[in-house]
Design a protein around this ligand. Structure first.
Ligand code: NAD
Length: 396
């Protein structure tokens, strides 16, 4: 069995969990070293019995200690582009956390870079590896639902999760991008794949009405007296208080999309709810499905059928709400590296999902419907390597 020599840039909680899942499903891995000024994920890695390797002062120094079989990138989102560029130059397979990059300019520059010779890039859009998501895609692909007409979807978080976002680096656009980009780019990736077309126009409204200093003494404990907002270490760039931070991303937001093939979608997200939900309601001409991603349950029925709907329970619900997705992705990653199967998502799909969310956020900022055609034209030009090389230099 190959021992995978791994270099880690950004040893946060996420990459530690991914490495732990890799070990759990049978990877033989050796973390040679990591570059991270204050590795938040180190205790998670230690608990998983994985040595974090040598600590390097910078990603460049780490890369000089190669060769590696895999580089994993897991720093906050504003650093993804810079780290990707370095890793791509190293010519080694890359596992990069989502969102692949943070801005439209970075997306174009990356697309232009990937148009040349590049090592494989596997993006941690982990929902793609979940059995329930694979089934949703399979049902739609096989025509069970007929033509997809419209989709309604949600993601509603518990107060402690919203409070974590309000204290963690994700609270700042400059670091995280946006609430949607960091939290629900997964969902918009799957929707793009389900619908089979790109958004033509998008609209969105959102703001901050929960985690604001204007709220007078919001309650801070659950009914049993336990703290609601300080449960987790908020890590790199953390703020002390969920209500008194310098947060500039939304804490609730709604969006609508009209895809190029006339599929219409609405999405509702709230980061402080009593009834958590991540649900996709997909209505086709001949059938409907509801995927309940929190409870890991799928319900499907043909439109002209009055009997009981088919219900599938996938089980394996876990406290981290990933429901075994990390382990499934770890197996997909190994299969891809060993040439036994394609990784379920491509860097281009990852960039399309990111651009979709960026257009949604632009629509919200500008309070206008955003026509997406010019954005796709720029992206396609970059993908085909057309245009100047200036962006890569400017973005860096
Ligand atoms: N796929 C998923 O389900 C999922 C879940 C959580 C997070 N993520 C993604 O993973 C990434 C990390 O998120 P996280 O929750 O682990 O955050 P985190 O705060 O736990 O970890 C971020 C780490 O990056 C390090 N860092 C900061 N500056 C750095 C630099 N200049 N060079 C190297 N490292 C640096 C920090 O010290 C910290 O250890 C983000 O991109 C996030 O969107 C993905």
């Amino acid at each position: 069995m190959t021992t995978y020599r791994i270099g880690v840039i950004g040893l946060g909680q996420r990459i530690a969990h991914v490495l732990a899942a890799m070990k759990e499903v049978g990877w033989d891995l050796d973390v040679v070293g990591h570059a991270d000024p204050a590795p938040v994920g180190a205790p998670i890695l230690a608990t998983a019995g994985i040595h974090a390797g040598r600590a390097f002062d910078s990603p460049a120094e780490l890369l000089r200690a190669g060769p590696f079989d895999l580089l994993t990138l897991g720093a906050p989102n504003h650093l993804h582009f810079e780290h990707l560029m370095l890793a791509l130059d190293a010519g080694v397979p890359i596992f990069a956390e989502k969102p692949i990059v943070r801005t439209e300019d970075e997306t174009e520059a990356l697309a232009r870079r990937l148009a040349g010779a590049s090592p494989p890039v596997y993006v941690g859009l982990v929902m793609r590896s979940l059995p329930i998501v694979r089934d949703v895609l399979g049902r739609v692909d096989s025509g069970d639902l007929g033509e997809i007409v419209s989709i309604d979807a949600t993601e509603h978080l518990a107060p402690d999760h919203g409070g974590y976002i309000a204290r963690n680096w994700r609270r700042k656009q400059a670091w995280g991008g946006s609430y949607f980009l960091d939290k629900v780019v997964h969902d918009f990736d799957v929707f793009g794949r389900l619908v089979g077309a790109r958004p033509e126009r998008v609209a969105s409204f959102g703001g901050r009405r929960i985690f604001t200093s204007e709220r007078r003494e919001p309650p801070r404990t659950y009914e049993d007296g336990s703290d609601a907002y300080v449960l987790r270490d908020a890590g790199w760039g953390a703020a002390n208080d969920a209500f008194q931070s310098d947060m500039d991303v939304t804490d609730h937001q709604v969006a609508m999309i009209e895809y190029a093939n006339d599929v219409r979608l609405s999405f509702h997200a709230n980061s402080h709810t009593a009834l958590t939900e991540r649900r996709w309601y997909v209505a086709g001409t001949e059938g409907t499905l509801i995927a309940d991603l929190v409870r890991n349950k799928l319900m499907v029925r043909r439109a002209l059928f009055r009997g009981k709907p088919e219900k599938i329970e996938y089980g394996g619900v876990t406290a981290d709400a990933h429901n075994g997705a990390d382990q499934a992705m770890a197996l997909d990653l190994l299969a891809a590296l060993e040439g036994r199967g394609a990784f379920p998502v491509t860097p281009y799909e990852s960039m399309e999902a990111g651009l979709t969310v960026m257009a949604i956020d632009r629509a919200m900022e500008e309070r206008q419907v955003v026509e997406c055609a010019p954005m796709w034209a720029r992206f396609d030009a970059a993908r085909s390597g057309v245009g100047e090389q200036r962006l890569a230099d400017e973005v860096l």
